[in-house]
Design a binder for this molecule. Structure first.
Ligand SMILES: Nc1ncnc2c1ncn2[C@@H]1O[C@H](COP(=O)(O)OP(=O)(O)OP(=O)(O)O)[C@@H](O)[C@H]1O
Length: 263
């Protein structure tokens, strides 16, 4: 589904602040893989998602999505087949628009169409059905302005907007980190349900090592721009302590992440 070949990324090239984040990074993700991505501070997790989504260009290397070379595709073009949810619940939705208008916008965008103002009965039914799957009662609030929703409700809506039309790839960048623990847990469970029900190929960045072990079928750990652990079957039966030990063994140093949550 996704192949990164020989990716190099340098920020502030040819300046005193030059920062080589990736050098010949390779990664292959299979259709239906649900990857949890963890790593030390500044390891390159967000940069990796940004390169895949087309926020920044790569210096060299290729990005292949579903057998198409998208390396030179601009961000807006990739957004037709890549769903994203960010840490900030305010980022993914338009607050002055209603729930159904936001969903309609997402629906049009993912189908590569221009925004249509009218919402037909068929689409309204689709929106209601998909909203009811969230279990938050939002299906009865189609005309509510999104700015009136809580952070958790907004994040659930953003998740739905990103997956309303099945994306080839779903990128979640710490999408529950700004929520209180109870809401984060609800959104994590909704996320897991949506990914499993739709067999979505997903990369989820998290600072919660416990969640990184519970969710997904594959765990990748990064450090200083390199993938230092990539585990699948071994994930079952793994504990946070074992994971930290593996990091120390591979890397020869302690795992340092200011925001890491061990449970
Ligand atoms: N837009 C940018 N301009 C310049 N440097 C950047 C930019 N984005 C990221 N970097 C640098 O790239 C490196 C990787 O950063 P990135 O945010 O991808 O790490 P991360 O693994 O997501 O870190 P954290 O978990 O601490 O958020 C860091 O050295 C960072 O300073």
């Amino acid at each position: 589904m996704l192949k990164l070949n020989n990716i190099c990324k340098v920020f502030n090239k040819n300046t005193v602040n030059e920062n080589k984040v990736f050098e010949n990074l390779d990664l292959e993700i299979k259709d239906g893989d649900f990857i949890t991505l963890v790593g030390s501070n500044g390891a390159g997790k967000s940069t990796l998602l940004n390169l895949i989504a087309g926020v920044f260009p790569v210096e060299s290397g290729t990005i292949i999505v579903d057998n198409t070379d998208v390396t030179l595709f601009p961000e807006y073009k990739r957004a037709c087949f890549i769903g994203r949810v960010f840490q900030n619940p305010l980022l993914g939705t338009a607050p002055s628009m209603t729930i159904e208008e936001n969903l309609s916008l997402a629906y049009s965008k993912s189908q590569g169409m221009k925004l249509k103002m009218g919402i037909n009965k068929k689409n309204r039914e689709l929106f209601k059905n998909r909203l009811s799957e969230l279990g938050l009662g939002l299906e009865n609030r189609l005309k509510t302005k999104v700015g009136l929703l809580s952070g958790g409700q907004r994040q659930a809506l953003t998740l739905l907007m990103a997956t309303l039309v099945k994306p080839k790839l779903l990128l979640l960048d710490e999408h529950t980190a700004a929520l209180d623990p109870r809401t984060a847990s609800i959104i994590n469970n909704i996320t897991n349900k949506i990914i499993e029900n739709n067999n979505l190929t997903t990369i989820m960045v998290t600072h919660n090592l416990e969640h990184a072990l519970i969710f997904g079928n594959r765990l990748i750990m990064m450090h200083q721009g390199k993938i230092i652990l990539d585990i699948r079957e071994e994930k079952h039966g793994m504990t946070v302590q074992k994971l930290l030990n593996m990091f120390n063994k591979v890397n020869g140093s302690e795992f340092v992440d200011d925001r890491v949550m061990l449970a």
